[in-house]
Design a protein around this ligand. Structure first.
Ligand SMILES: C[S@@+](CC[C@H](N)C(=O)[O-])C[C@H]1O[C@@H](n2cnc3c(N)ncnc32)[C@H](O)[C@@H]1O
Length: 199
């Protein structure tokens, strides 16, 4: 009951953004993304898969084209309301509506715990497909850490019903990517951050 109410409240894009900002999680995760873009071409295309209401333009190099792709039109409307540079694109992480070999960086932050087991391999497969040669995927998500009381408590109230173990996520990513960087860190939740180059 309480969980249902919380889920409904947090599904509002403005409230979602405010919660992320107030608890300070977003900057903590976003600086890892910005620091790991690697060598990008002069005007890179950045595809944010399950981008929600979008990431701040300050993360990307000048001239980047940012595409915020999400399955939820309410989240995309939240992105458009911010009036930031970038394109809102409706689509499914398991069937990206994007041309093969057309993207410099795929970002996927805090999405896999919303996906069912059968949806995770296609997410990585599709991300590898849309990347240009030399492109990379930046993957970040909170994980299941049953030994941590904080993680147990947080997952009780999260809308995403599929938290996974660190090893499970690494295995899924490694099926399609050469993993150039892998990091596990804690900030309220425990997180993994992976940087991958398509195999
Ligand atoms: C916790 S939010 C994260 C949003 C954003 N990446 C961030 O870090 O703020 C998870 C997002 O994944 C999106 N999502 C869930 N399933 C999806 C799917 N199959 N394809 C695309 N987006 C999906 C949700 O609509 C939601 O916006």
């Amino acid at each position: 009951m309480l969980t249902d109410i919380l889920h409904r409240v947090v599904s509002n894009p403005t409230i979602y953004d405010t919660v992320q900002l107030v608890v300070g999680v977003s900057p903590h995760l976003d600086r890892r993304l910005a620091a790991n873009l690697g060598e990008t071409p002069a005007r890179p295309t950045i595809l944010d898969v399950g981008g929600g209401t979008g990431l701040p333009p300050s993360l990307w190099p000048a001239g980047a084209t940012y595409v915020c792709m999400d399955i939820d039109p309410v989240k995309l409307a939240g992105f458009r309301r911010k009036d930031r540079p970038g394109v809102a694109l409706r689509g499914d992480a398991t069937h990206l509506p994007v041309r093969t070999g057309s993207v410099d960086v795929v970002v996927c932050k805090n999405v896999t715990h919303h996906l069912r087991d059968a949806q995770v391999p296609p997410l990585f497969q599709e991300s590898a497909r849309v990347l240009k040669p030399g492109g990379r995927m930046l993957f970040i998500d909170a994980v299941r850490a049953p030994e941590r009381w904080r993680s147990r408590a947080l997952w009780r109230f999260d809308r995403g019903a599929h938290p996974r173990l660190v090893a499970t996520l690494r295995q899924s990513m490694a099926a399609r990517f050469d993993i150039a960087h892998w990091e596990v860190f804690a900030y309220y939740h425990r997180y993994v951050f992976g940087v991958g180059v398509p195999l």
